[in-house]
Design a protein around this ligand. Structure first.
Ligand SMILES: Nc1ncnc2c1ncn2[C@@H]1O[C@H](COP(=O)(O)OP(=O)(O)OP(=O)(O)O)[C@@H](O)[C@H]1O
Ligand SMILES: [Mg+2]
Length: 485
């Protein structure tokens, strides 16, 4: 017995109405049946409905069955095509049938069983074909989505790399020029780096800049704050564990170091590690191997370590809270970040950078900041360094009533915090500096603007300008050349 195949539609085309009614009777129990008396009528039906099988009589006025089926093949290639012919005609049609345009031919008069079997097979072919098309569509959709995602990943990666490029370390001071040189050197090497500096001086920014400018930039940069976890948790986090190593270790788990293989691990606040963990870290650096908690064998890992601390590590070594051998292994390359109060010439540029960063992200746009505000901000102690500067500027922007930041936008406790003595440190002189921040500027543009302003103040006396900027005369000339001044 045939199973009901009602979801499928069959189109019968014959110029003789009695034949059409016989076909309808035969098929309508199992299929939706459409009938047409000629080619044009048939094409109209095909235009409006999805037809699984077209059963077409060859001999019709105006358009023959083969002509109609050829059109159907072009317009509705999924419809399976069957021709009804008188026995004598078959010979002439062999060619058309052979090129595969037509699924079967049925001789008139037909036997009911033969016709029913033929239609059933044609419907199966249609169903099969439709499934393939559906899969192909899904496959193509997935392939497009995959390609889109891959493009997005490449884009995101390049954005991250741009974000952590040297260009995003905003500075003009000679102290930071030295840091830039060190970052460059550290990016070219694969040695361990120790970044030291007070809180908020940009230690993580430097570590990321080194990683994203190094040959490891395609692999992960993973940061871990060694001060934020207990010793046991930190060890598990870094090295991973074996199933059953402790309560709750329900499965083998790799640690952050293994996860970063090929890339860089940033150990923030390294001075907060215990002596026993320090011994394990030494092994990572020296032998390039780790042991998951609860395991006996070591695993090889290729990671670069960049460590940071806001303490004087050598002092910790003297106090015997930090291993001397680890200190020397970490200290192969040393980047010492100066406190912001020791490089005040960077402050106006940083403020500009922070404002344009804010402008890019928010609806509210700040267009300028007054000379008085800038001078006061440039003279504060900034014990929390750039992080504190960033917080204060963002706070000022949020509460500002206008597009212009002024001295009264500086929070009271900061303003009355007193202007510090600026002897011994280069003070940024922002007077008259045109500090418009309507459009985001590149570091080069900013630097050019700043140097031009200082030159205009010294009537183009380079020696004097260099002194004001805290640069060597030759360095200033080099910068001017590079900036096209
Ligand atoms: N030279 C710089 N140019 C632009 N942004 C900077 C610079 N230095 C630091 N920043 C920004 O200041 C903030 C603090 O920097 P970062 O987190 O790297 O400092 P940190 O030394 O790791 O601080 P902490 O000791 O508090 O962890 C970040 O938002 C960083 O992007
Ligand atoms: Mg940090």
């Amino acid at each position: 017995m045939n199973s009901p195949r009602l979801p499928f539609s069959i189109l019968c085309v014959d110029d003789e109405p009695p034949i059409l009614s016989v076909l309808r009777k035969l098929l309508e129990e199992d299929y939706y049946v459409y009938t047409a008396l000629n080619g044009l009528e048939a094409l109209n039906i095909l235009n409006d409905h999805e037809i699984a099988v077209a059963l077409v009589d060859q001999k019709m006025p105006n358009m023959t069955g083969i002509e109609l089926l050829t059109k159907i093949k072009d317009l509705y290639p999924n419809t399976v095509r069957i021709i009804l012919t008188a026995h004598t005609e078959v010979h002439d049609l062999v060619d058309s049938i052979n090129v595969g345009e037509i699924f079967r031919h049925i001789n008139k008069p037909w036997e009911a069983d033969v016709l029913a079997d033929c239609i059933r097979e044609a419907v199966q072919k249609f169903e099969h074909h439709r499934a393939i098309i559906k899969h192909k569509d899904e496959y193509e959709k997935l392939a497009t989505e995959k390609a889109d995602l891959e493009r997005e990943i490449v884009l995101l990666k390049s954005e991250i790399e741009k974000e952590y490029s040297l260009d995003n370390i905003v500075s003009i001071s000679p102290e930071m020029n030295n840091v830039r040189r060190l970052i460059n050197a550290a990016s070219l090497s694969d040695e361990t780096v120790l970044v030291q500096g007070e809180s908020g001086t940009g230690k993580e920014l430097v570590a990321r800049a080194i990683h994203y400018n190094s040959k490891r930039h395609h692999k992960k940069f993973l940061a871990v704050d060694c001060g934020a976890l207990t010793e046991t948790l930190l060890e598990g986090e870094l090295f991973g564990h074996k199933k059953g190593a402790f309560t709750g270790a329900v499965q083998d788990q790799k640690g952050l170091i293994e996860d970063a293989v090929g890339g860089t691990v940033f150990l923030d606040e390294i001075s907060n590690t215990s002596l026993s963990l320090q011994a394990k870290l030494l092994r990572v650096i020296q032998e390039k191997e780790i042991r998951r908690v609860g395991e006996t064998q070591y695993r090889q890992v290729d990671v670069r370590i960049i460590a940071a601390t806001n303490k004087d590590l050598l002092e910790e070594v003297q106090k015997q809270t930090f291993r001397m051998d680890l200190y020397y292994r970490l200290n192969v390359l040393n980047v010492l970040l100066p406190a912001l109060r020791d490089r005040r010439s960077d402050i106006p540029l940083l403020i500009n950078h922070i404002i344009s960063e804010y402008n890019q992200k928010s609806e509210k746009k700040i267009k300028s900041i007054s000379r008085d505000a800038l001078n006061l901000l440039s003279s504060l102690p900034w014990n929390g360094n750039i992080r504190e500067l960033k917080n204060i500027i963002n706070r000022m922007i949020i509460f500002a009533h206008a597009e212009h930041l002024d001295i009264h936008d500086i929070p009271d406790e900061i303003r009355t915090g007193g202007v510090v003595s600026t002897q011994n440190s280069h003070v940024a002189d922002a007077s008259g500096f045109n500090f418009s921040v309507s459009a985001p500027k590149t570091m080069d543009e900013l630097e050019k603007e700043y140097i031009s302003f200082i030159l205009s103040k010294t009537s183009s006396n380079k020696a004097e300008a260099a002194k004001l900027l805290g640069l060597k005369r030759t360095t200033l000339i080099m910068r001017m050349k590079k900036l096209g001044l």
